[in-house]
Design a protein around this ligand. Structure first.
Ligand code: SF4
Ligand code: SF4
Length: 93
């Protein structure tokens, strides 16, 4: 049994979390301070996503606060399709 799940799907199976463009990131720490879920940590060249599955499924708030446009999320329409398939897969598990 997974310790962390969403709609009955193990969180680790759900591909929803931010990606940081290390060339665009200025290490300003805004996302670090903003996210309450410890998803980010300061890395050498940029902020790094160290706990991706702490990210709240469907949340993309940090993308809006990054002043450099360095944070990206999966395409929402494609993600919804992926989530539908996962729900089917895990429906009776
Ligand atoms: S808010 Fe954007 S620019 Fe600032 S540390 Fe986070 S990813 Fe980098
Ligand atoms: S999307 Fe929300 S939960 Fe996920 S890393 Fe950004 S602020 Fe944190």
């Amino acid at each position: 049994m997974a310790s962390n799940s969403y709609m009955g799907i193990p969180r680790e199976k759900i591909p929803w979390y931010p990606a940081v463009d290390e060339n665009a990131c200025t290490k300003c720490s805004t996302c670090l301070d903003f996210c309450a879920n410890d998803v980010f940590e300061q890395g050498e060249g940029s902020v790094e996503v160290v706990r991706p599955y702490n990210c709240v499924v469907g949340c993309s708030s940090c993308q809006n606060v990054c002043p450099s446009g360095a944070i990206r999320f999966p395409d929402m329409r494609q993600f919804v399709e992926t989530l539908k398939k996962l729900r089917e897969e895990y429906r009776n598990k």
